[in-house]
Design a protein around this ligand. Structure first.
Ligand code: NAP
Length: 291
């Protein structure tokens, strides 16, 4: 069904800089169309020095909410009225909800989206020993999600040990749980003895610039019993996932998380259960068009 915008259409959008490569407009608009909802999702390119104005503008323009992406996920926090416990602990917001009186709530659906996809893939995080590669915003959301879901000690390995340590300390302070900081790649052989769930939350493996690279060194064997989850979703099959499968391990790509974090935002804004298969198909079609 074609999307028709009229005077009653509810608006949501994506604030980022840049935003033109995002799959979210296609994903959400396909979902609105499939359910016959008079809603539209628009890209909102917001330069960093205009973020405050743009967030206030959401209320002035009657938006129902917005997603927030790079580089605004942390910078947006001071412009919001309240944060959900997840956004508070993660220190970053990817979804804003505009309340009936114009109050702005910041949430982080990356954490819930990661867990939802992991479980949709039949992987229960409780009792697992995760090893997260990277110490950026996505690593923080995943580490928080796994610890909240009952994983054993979550290890965070980054090429910048001080950054991994800051992340571990921040999450320990926010959650009261223990996190282990380590160096990537030097500490991987030791960490690999204990781990059973490896999550790539670096940008390594991402097209177009890093598609020929893997964050996991070739001289440390990947184990067949492992689950290897790569947050990168372009390409769908990263070098890490190809190596995981060649080693007999289970590899899961990041597109499912993208859909689930979008679905969680969709539920918050509309109160309606989103059509996951439609959203995934819209993303896949958009990615195929780009090839
Ligand atoms: P970010 O905040 O920029 O963090 C990127 C991390 O990757 C940093 O720790 C960075 O280390 C590390 N890194 C970059 N190049 C590296 C290299 N050559 N070797 C080792 N580490 C390297 O980005 P982000 O927002 O966390 O996103 C990370 C990835 O997750 C991106 O590919 C993003 O597309 C993906 N993601 C996917 C979803 C999904 O729904 N599937 C959601 C969110 C993010 P330094 O700090 O030392 O630079």
């Amino acid at each position: 069904m074609m999307l028709t915008i009229d005077g009653k259409t509810r608006l949501v959008g994506l604030m980022g800089w840049p935003v033109e490569h995002s799959l979210s407009p296609a994903m959400h608009n396909a979902a609105f169309a499939a359910l016959g909802l008079d809603w539209a999702y628009v890209p909102l390119p917001v330069p960093p020095d205009r973020l405050g104005e743009a967030v206030r503008g959401l209320v002035a323009l009657g938006f129902a909410g917005a997603n927030v992406t790079v580089p605004h996920k942390e910078a947006v926090v001071p412009f919001l009225d309240r944060l959900t416990p997840a956004a508070q602990a993660i220190g970053a917001v990817n979804t804003i909800l505009v309340g009936p009186g114009g109050e702005l709530t910041g949430d982080n659906t990356d954490a819930a989206g990661f867990l939802a996809d992991l479980r949709a893939e039949g992987v229960e995080p409780s009792g697992r020993r995760p090893l997260i590669l990277g110490a950026g915003g996505a690593a923080r959301a995943v580490a928080y999600a796994l610890s909240q879901a009952g994983a054993e000690l979550v290890a965070i390995a980054a090429r910048n040990l001080a950054k991994a340590q800051r992340l571990a300390d921040g999450l320990r302070a926010a959650t009261g749980k223990a996190f282990l900081a380590a160096r990537l790649p030097e500490d991987l052989p030791d960490l690999a003895r204990e781990a059973d769930l490896i999550v790539n939350a670096t940008t390594v493996g991402m097209a177009p610039h890093q598609a020929d690279a893997s964050p996991w060194p070739q001289d440390v064997p990947l184990r067949p019993a492992w689950i290897i989850y790569d947050l990168v979703y372009v390409p769908a099959e990263t070098l890490l996932l190809r190596r995981a499968r060649a080693a007999g391990a289970r590899g899961i790509g990041g597109l499912g998380m993208l859909v689930q974090q979008g679905a969680a935002a969709f539920r918050l804004w509309t109160g309606v259960e989103p059509p996951l298969a439609v959203m995934r198909q819209a993303c896949e079609e958009r990615l195929r068009d780009r090839e």
